[in-house]
Design a protein around this ligand. Structure first.
Ligand code: AGP
Length: 634
């Protein structure tokens, strides 16, 4: 979603701002802009230079190359449209009426309508459709008041004006502000939308996410909720929302926080698909090592007392993370015997189930910043806290790829899936890492509850240990095959994905991947549901992808697939090789594994299939239209 990058120092900042924005491109955006303060011009008049452009960063970068805006202080933004179309007027930065104050914002100002009405009564004309534009105007009015009261145009006046305006704003947001009359300062603030400060040599940075800092500095400090900071070329002043000065030591970027490069792959998504054996191996080395001490089935951060108390589990997540949660729920119920429910985080917050006792709440999010998931978790914490009954206490666990995120900061226990940074908007290797974490939890609960024999648990662990090698073979085998098959289906308008049991979430994930990056309409169904409605859609133009793995529902899925074939649908199978698989027009074979571990493999051909269709169509695979990597608004 929107990305903020800001720099203050002694270098010309416009190329740095573009560089920073480029590293935030993966978040998804549809317009971009920068503002710098030019205080070294020949007229000795400090003025703001603002350059904005609709569409990809290359357009902004070309404008800047033609006419480089001068200045050693600047703010920059990639916008993912929420209020108002993606066009140049709505692109950030936004200015106040005097044209001296510029603001970029990530998030949503929920009370912007009321605030803009009150601005209109003061004669202020808003020029954009955004919720952000009210902020520079409000800051402008505050500064006017301060100056009228005899304060001078200095950093403290600037800081205090922004502080005052923050008390008027409702919503989740982060902002960066510059004022041309105080050309050596940037004020930044955050309210539930992440912002980090980077410490360079003689310069300071501010960004929505750590990858933007790579190449500039490896020392950073994440802002906390309600904090505001003043950045000058001499240092940083950090305050809480009551104006108390805060002191914290910065952290160092870890390898996984560094921006990956594409190596020789055409797209990040393909590279990330290829990285899955490594994701799996690293997960196994960390959580399922051969030398686990006796009594420990898996090395996950769950205390024995929590394991003893928990009677049921609820999983909150969105999109692909929710699909991982669904695989987890199947495993936790069917293998470990723990009643488990999965919720859309966005629905849970406004329609939570009645409180259940001794419940573990698991939030799943690769980014750790998804606003819907965070809001649902916060709501659950609050309502459980309000009961004051120990049986309803908030037992929490996060599963994320970004421990340096709000998830990491807000949740007491977090499993770091450690997949390494994922740039492609379509989640692939992080989905695998999330599923693996649920396998770990499954083993933990099954052994603790003595639901399974030690042999059954050992068998599952050993099957998991084979996954990295099987993934390597599978990717090698199916990359070129899926490329060939993708060519046959590139013009298709609708695709149905079928799966049952533990592979039903994989059908959903296959459909989501195809929709996201190829813009082909796709729908996943539990295979048994086909005859209850969706079958009416089928003819020779609507292919059906069927995930059919030997196990409890194998025969059933095959029969459901036959029903589709009888309606002339072209059948694509993800299945083991055998006489039954002859029914498929195209077949992605997977090795003969137990049904339990099959989702870790069946998803791979579906990722490759979607990838090759999108790449064949020449689409922007890594940054599909309208999508964002971190969905930081509800
Ligand atoms: C995955 O391919 C999607 N981009 C999307 O569904 C994503 O999984 C969802 O927005 C949740 O994101 P999170 O895992 O960062 O919370």
């Amino acid at each position: 979603m929107c990305g903020i990058f800001a720099v203050i120092g002694s270098r010309e900042v416009s190329p740095l701002l573009i560089d920073g924005l480029r590293k935030l491109e993966y978040r998804g955006y549809d317009s971009a802009g920068i503002a710098t303060i030019d205080n070294f011009n020949k007229d000795q008049i400090e003025k703001l230079n603002v350059t904005k452009s609709k569409g990809k960063l290359i357009h902004l970068s070309n404008l800047i190359k033609k006419k480089p805006p001068k200045g050693h202080v600047g703010i920059a933004h990639t916008r993912w449209a929420t209020h108002g179309k993606p066009n140049e007027i709505n692109a950030h930065p936004h200015l106040d009426s005097s044209g001296q104050i510029a603001v970029v914002q990530n998030g949503i100002i929920e009370n912007y309508r009321d605030l803009s009405e009150s601005l209109k009564t003061k004669g202020i004309k808003l020029t954009s459709e955004t919720d952000t534009e009210i902020i520079p105007h409000l800051i402008g009015l505050e500064i006017e008041k301060s100056l009228a009261n005899g304060l001078s145009s200095n950093e403290q006046t600037f800081l205090k004006a922004v502080q005052k305006v923050l008390t008027l704003l409702e919503g989740t947001y982060s902002i960066a502000v510059i004022w041309s009359q105080v050309p050596n300062a940037i004020v930044v603030a955050m309210e539930q939308a992440p912002l980090v400060i980077g410490f360079g040599e003689g310069e300071f940075f501010c960004a929505s996410d750590t990858p933007a800092l790579v190449g500039f500095t490896s020392t950073f400090l994440p802002l906390r909720d309600h904090e505001i900071a003043l950045l000058t070329p001499l240092g940083i002043e950090l305050y809480d929302n009551e104006g108390n000065r805060q002191h914290r030591s910065p952290s160092l970027l870890k390898g996984t926080q560094l921006l990956a490069d594409k190596r020789n792959f055409r797209h990040f998504m393909l590279k990330e698909i290829y990285e899955q054996p490594e994701t799996a191996q690293q997960w196994i080395d960390r959580f399922l090592p051969m030398d686990l001490s006796s009594g420990n089935s898996v090395a996950l951060p769950i205390s024995k007392s929590t394991l003893e108390k928990i009677e049921q589990i609820q999983i909150l997540a969105c999109g692909t993370s929710r699909h991982a949660g669904m695989v987890g729920s199947y495993l936790l119920e069917q293998f470990s015997g723990v009643p488990t429910k999965v919720y859309f985080a966005s629905e849970f917050r406004y329609a939570p189930p009645p409180l259940s006792p001794n419940t573990l709440t698991i939030g799943v999010s690769q980014s750790g910043e998804t606003a819907d998931t965070l809001a649902a978790l916060r709501m659950e914490k609050e309502r459980r806290g309000a009961t004051k009954d120990a049986n309803y206490a908030f037992h929490q666990l996060g599963i994320t790829n970004r421990v340096d995120s709000s998830f990491g900061r807000e949740l007491d226990n977090v499993i770091d899936i450690g997949s390494g940074i994922e740039i492609g908007v379509a989640a692939t290797k992080t989905f695998l890492g999330q599923m693996l974490s649920f396998y770990g939890l499954t083993i933990l609960f099954a052994s603790h509850r003595k639901k399974r024999t030690p042999q059954e648990i050992l068998d599952l662990s050993n099957d998991l240990r084979l996954i990295p090698k099987q993934l390597t073979d599978l990717i090698k085998k199916h990359d070129s095959l899926s490329k060939e098959i993708a060519h046959l289906f590139a013009e298709t308008k609708d695709v149905i994905f079928l799966g049952r049991g533990i592979n039903y979430p994989i059908a959903l994930e296959g459909a989501l991947k195809l929709k996201e990056i190829s813009y082909i309409h796709a729908q996943g169904y539990p295979a048994g549901e086909l005859k209850h409605g969706p079958i009416a859609l089928l003819d020779q133009h609507v292919p059906v992808v069927s995930v059919a793995v030997p196990g409890v529902v194998y025969e059933k899925v095959l029969s459901n697939s036959q029903e589709a074939k009888a309606r002339d649908a072209r059948l694509i199978g993800v299945s083991t090789n055998g006489p039954e698989s002859e029914m498929f027009d195209e077949l992605f074979t997977i090795p003969k594994v137990t049904e339990w571990v099959s989702p870790l493999l069946t998803v791979v051909p579906l990722q490759l299939f979607s990838y090759h269709i999108a790449a064949h169509k020449g689409l922007d695979v890594d940054q599909p239209r309208n999508l964002a990597k971190s969905v930081t608004v509800e």
